[in-house]
Design a protein around this ligand. Structure first.
Ligand code: FES
Ligand code: FES
Length: 168
């Protein structure tokens, strides 16, 4: 398929996405994932690429209040959306309560899964589906941790919930 083929997809498409409160007007290739847009074009490398196939949760970000795997979402599908990445959790130099809880509970080892775990945990509380430890574990099951920090991660989420849950 050549660039002049009327059936060929456009090489770049305009998107407008608000990321961590900042509006970005960009031109992206239609096959660019939101994950690659964040990491490669905006240098927001806090969001990690693990499997790139929707199986590990390392790439989890919050889009319009819902957590998603950014490796499975095309950037053009996020046009007009509000995206929060791990870089957007802290405000005015203060860590998000979930970040503080992860530190207090030592809820990571290598830290590779942690940005995704944090975004997932923040959205989990907003969703309001999890009230018990088993429900937390079930609702966080899409975020894998090869270091096996699951117990401490659940502890941290329970701590934030016990304080009334503060998701921003
Ligand atoms: S990198 Fe997206 S789910 Fe693994
Ligand atoms: S802390 Fe290493 S993968 Fe989770």
């Amino acid at each position: 398929m050549s660039a002049t083929d009327p059936a060929a997809p456009p090489e770049r498409m305009p998107v407008s996405i608000t990321i961590n409160g900042n509006r970005h007007k960009l031109e992206v290739a239609p096959w660019t994932t939101l994950l690659d847009l964040l990491r490669h074009e905006l240098e927001l490398t806090g969001t990690k690429k693990g499997c790139d196939h929707g199986q590990c949760g390392a790439c989890t970000v919050i889009v319009d209040g819902r957590r998603i795997n950014s490796c499975l979402r095309l950037a053009v599908m996020a046009d007009g959306s509000e995206v929060t990445t791990v870089e957007g959790l802290a405000t005015n130099g203060e860590l998000h309560p979930m970040q503080e809880a992860f530190i207090e509970r030592d809820a990571f080892q290598c830290g590779y899964c942690t940005p995704g775990q944090l975004c997932s945990a923040v959205a989990l509380i907003d969703e309001g589906h999890a009230t018990t430890r088993d429900e937390i574990r079930e609702q966080m099951s899409g975020n894998l941790c090869r270091c096996g920090a699951y117990v401490n991660i659940a502890d941290a989420i329970e701590d934030v919930m016990a304080k009334g849950g503060q998701a921003r």
